[in-house]
Design a protein around this ligand. Structure first.
Ligand code: BJW
Length: 252
């Protein structure tokens, strides 16, 4: 594995004092959580927009709720894998900001201290009514297929995630931008790089002259633009990168 790693990327990582890691569903795939757009993805045969959108929820709340309930069960049983663990462990040698599109909470479970969850958290619910905070809480244990429970105000509860056409949590893009500006290197792992505004973050880094290292078994729209792109599974490549960086002469 180490032999396939770009030497320049390993040296850049070994010298870095600050890293931003942008992660996507692929990073949790080795924890047993299917990705969105892969062959075995959650949305095989069903358009993502039909489930993860306010319109989809309005059309068929029970179906959308059942989909989330089944994912919550899978996520509750999942554990961080070596990709999550490596990012947490890198904090021993540099400042690490994890900017994740994942809603599963596995980066925090692995011990990463600074995690910006761009698309919210599937572990929480909130009221679907804009501005109402009465329904905030943990995703309830309900049998799959039940209609979503109601908030005290009468509106349906929904997962506290960001659906298509919705704004990201307030201030989170500013926080991600600030972390990017201070980064020596940006690692982009396990994302198809097609969903915005997350997909724009590595492009902003490249424009600012910050090197971007992509890790993905498949090519993505970012691949031809990235400074380095490694084909492989995050759970293998990230530990190998860390070990190779540790082995560099003068590594801290
Ligand atoms: C491995 C691996 C292994 C496998 N190791 N790798 C600019 C241009 C065009 C459109 C837009 C734009 N700006 C905004 C938009 C609209 C829209 C958008 O981006 N649409 C595109 C699809 C075109 N964006 C939005 O609506 C966003 N809101 C917004 O911009 O607000 C402002 C606004 C409002 C109104 C109008 C206009 C602007 C919100 C986006 C919310 C996305 N939400 C979801 C669902 C979250 C809740 C849930 O989990 O259910 O987020 S969609 C889904 O996609 C989820 C993911 O976080 C996101 C990204 O997916 P990800 O993580 O990349 O997963 P996959 O499956 O796509 O890819 C996995 C990758 O891993 C693959 O590459 C594999 O090869 C790889 N892999 N195993 C490493 N072991």
């Amino acid at each position: 594995m180490t032999g396939e790693l770009p030497g320049e990327a390993v040296r850049a990582l070994s010298r870095a004092r600050s890293l931003v890691a942008l992660t996507g569903a692929g990073v949790s795939e080795e924890s047993g959580i299917p990705t969105f757009r892969g062959g075995d993805g959650f949305w095989k045969g069903v358009r993502p927009e039909d489930l993860a959108s306010p319109e989809g929820f309005a059309r068929d709340p029970a179906m959308v709720w059942a989909w989330y309930a089944s994912r919550v069960s899978a996520i509750r049983a999942a554990r961080p894998n070596p990709a999550h663990d490596t990012l947490a462990r890198l904090e021993r040698r540099m400042r690490v900001t994890v900017v994740t599109q994942n809603v599963d909470g596995l980066h925090r479970d692995a011990g990463s201290a600074t995690v910006l969850e761009l698309h919210g958290s599937i572990r929480r619910v909130r009221c679907h009514r804009q501005g109402c905070r009465d329904g905030d809480g943990r995703f309830p244990d309900l049998p799959d297929g039940d209609d979503p429970p109601r908030c005290r105000c009468g509106e349906r509860l929904r997962p506290d995630v960001v659906w298509f056409g919705e704004m990201l949590p307030e201030g989170i893009l500013d926080a991600a931008g600030e972390a990017l500006r201070g980064a020596d290197i940006v690692l982009v792992a396990g994302t198809s790089s097609v969903v915005y505004p997350a997909a724009a973050l590595p492009l902003a880094a490249l424009e600012a002259g910050i090197p971007v290292l992509e890790v993905n078994p498949e090519e993505t729209p970012l691949t031809p633009l990235a400074t380095w792109s490694v084909r492989g599974l995050a759970g293998r490549v990230l530990p190998a990168l860390r070990e190779a960086a540790d082995a560099e002469p003068g590594a801290s």
